[in-house]
Design a protein around this ligand. Structure first.
Ligand SMILES: NC(=O)c1ccc[n+]([C@@H]2O[C@H](COP(=O)([O-])OP(=O)(O)OC[C@H]3O[C@@H](n4cnc5c(N)ncnc54)[C@H](O)[C@@H]3O)[C@@H](O)[C@H]2O)c1
Ligand SMILES: O=C(O)C(=O)C[C@@H](O)[C@H](O)[C@H](O)COP(=O)(O)O
Ligand SMILES: [Zn+2]
Length: 357
């Protein structure tokens, strides 16, 4: 097992990465819990495969536990489901000293984390991520949220978990499409921060290759995120680089009603487009967008998604990185080197039109 420590003053936590560590998750939760009760929040797919194992481990560690199950999919990241989850947590007798366990992918982690941040004005939670995307990205860093009609992740909080338990064996049961989603964020880390990782992903060539080095790939990504989050927990500066491809990606997700394209697919197409724009205006080395596109294709992700300029405009307007008429955009200068640049939103829309022409 590999471990990492997120050092945020007063909110430090440990991340465990290993094979088969779901079996001892209860002990890890016990080591950070203050109360006797644990509420597991999960979705029905994950519950049927891993729920029993996690509950057994929690019970062996002395917890009195109950489970709140939501429907799988992005639709559960909504105010309606959030409200139902909070009611069920209270029906189950959750008190402020108890702990929530988020067992599932990024949807469950974001939803359960937002419930943890707000129910009873905040209770502790532990992340047990079961998708590649949630293992390399969403379980770490404390961004928790649900979507609003206006856009993606627009009601949320920063609420750090007390621990993260990453059992890479969970990846064996992922459908290919869900595995690919996670690869979009893995490729993002290479593109923004780690050219060696980017080249390694290219050499590994697909799911089988990645799985042969999975502990190390997950560790590398989580370590990058840990470092960035430690430098800027609340997304006021350096953390924004983790949003590479996301401004346009969130527009694609919204335009598809949060069901046509997954987060990973939308981010993949968003990274290619913003890299092309970067090349157009001389920020990004020519050729980077082709390199990202090739890697994205290798991992079965779409390299472009077509939507209207009006849809881009709406999404850009409500982006959390916007400041008045300007938006902070994440570009890369080269593979492995991200930069943040302010741009007038109208100019961005003009550039999107330009690269599409
Ligand atoms: N908070 C953050 O920092 C952050 C970072 C990146 C993405 N996200 C969010 O994460 C969400 C996407 O997460 P995701 O890609 O994990 O999708 P997801 O949570 O919807 O999971 C995808 C599917 O895989 C199933 N599943 C989960 N684990 C499984 C397993 N081990 N075996 C078989 N099936 C399994 C789920 O039931 C679901 O049907 C988006 O809402 C995105 O906005 C958040
Ligand atoms: O942790 C971060 O910071 C990220 O930006 C990670 C992203 O991969 C993730 O999709 C995040 O939820 C996006 O956040 P948002 O602030 O753009 O909603
Ligand atoms: Zn993301």
């Amino acid at each position: 097992m590999k471990t990492l420590e997120v050092r945020l003053p007063g909110k430090e936590y440990r991340i465990e990465i290993g094979s088969g560590i779901l079996e001892t998750a209860g002990e890890t939760v016990r080591s950070v819990a203050r109360g006797k009760k644990a509420a597991v929040i999960t979705d029905s797919n994950v519950d049927s495969i891993y729920g029993g194992r996690v509950r057994k481990s929690l019970k062996e560690a002395g917890f009195d536990c109950f489970t709140v199950v939501v429907s799988p999919g992005e639709g559960s990241k909504s105010m309606e489901v959030y409200s139902e989850v909070c009611e069920k947590l209270l029906d189950g007798g959750l008190t402020r000293k108890d702990i929530i366990v988020a067992l599932g992918g990024g949807v469950v982690g974001d939803l359960a984390g937002f419930a943890a941040a707000t129910v009873l004005r905040g209770v502790d939670f532990v992340q047990i991520p079961t998708t590649l995307l949630s293992q390399v990205d969403s379980s770490v860093g404390g961004k928790v949220a649900v979507n609003l009609n206006a856009g993606k992740n627009l009601a949320g909080a920063f609420h750090q978990p007390k621990a993260v338990v990453i059992d890479t064996d969970c990846l064996d049961t992922l459908p290919d499409r869900v595995f690919s989603d996670g690869m979009a964020e893995v490729i993002k880390y290479g593109a923004i921060e780690d050219a060696d990782l980017f080249r390694r992903l290219s050499a590994l060539g697909g799911r089988t290759g990645i799985m042969s080095e999975i502990e190390d790939v997950v560790y590398t990504c989580v370590d990058i995120k840990r470092r960035i989050v430690e430098g800027d927990e609340k997304d006021e500066g350096g953390r924004m680089v983790l949003n590479f491809g996301h401004t346009l990606g969130h527009a694609y997700e919204k335009s598809g009603g949060y069901s046509r394209y997954t987060h990973g697919e939308a981010v993949a197409a968003g990274m290619v487009k913003i890299a092309k724009i970067g090349e157009e205006i001389g920020i990004t080395r020519k050729g980077c967008s082709d390199e990202i596109r090739d890697l994205i294709r290798t991992y079965g992700l779409p390299d472009s998604i077509e939507i209207g300029l009006e849809e881009y405009s709406q999404a850009v307007g409500i982006d959390k990185k916007a400041e008045g008429r300007e938006i902070n955009l994440i570009f890369i200068e080269d593979i492995g080197k991200a930069v943040i640049r302010k741009m007038d939103t109208l100019r961005l829309i003009g550039l999107i039109r330009g690269v599409e022409a």
